[in-house]
Design a protein around this ligand. Structure first.
Ligand code: ZN
Length: 117
């Protein structure tokens, strides 16, 4: 399953970027996911929570921000962002458009609980 391997990837990245003894303090992981990446958010959250169970990351939560799709028109050169899968240029109605972003998946930050709390 697509989302399960993404969840495993996230955990790998968190494991390699946070010191081992601080892993249990991770409480929020901020992700940015392009709308074109075909990730089912609910399924990703479900996969994630099921694999962190019984690991030092068990108290962490994913915060997912969806990124719009960016398209550039080859006819009028306008760049537009869209949340829908429309693939004609909103400016000149041309269908000669290129998708320039929208399939990214980025971990934007990893938040640790304050140890003094
Ligand atoms: Zn256009």
């Amino acid at each position: 399953m697509h989302e399960l391997s993404i969840a495993q990837n996230i955990i790998q990245i968190v494991n390699s970027s946070v010191e081992k003894d601080k892993l249990s303090l991770v409480d929020k992981i901020y992700l940015k996911i392009g709308l074109l990446s075909n990730v089912l958010i609910e399924s990703l959250n479900f996969s994630y929570t099921s694999i962190i169970d019984n690991t030092p990351l068990k108290n962490s939560i994913l915060y997912i921000e969806l990124l719009p799709i960016k398209i550039r028109c080859n006819d009028c050169n306008e760049i537009n962002t869209t949340n829908d899968f429309i693939f004609t240029c909103p400016d000149c109605k041309s269908s000669a458009i290129n998708v320039i972003s929208g399939d990214e998946m980025i971990i934007s930050s990893i938040h640790l609980k304050d140890e003094s709390e």
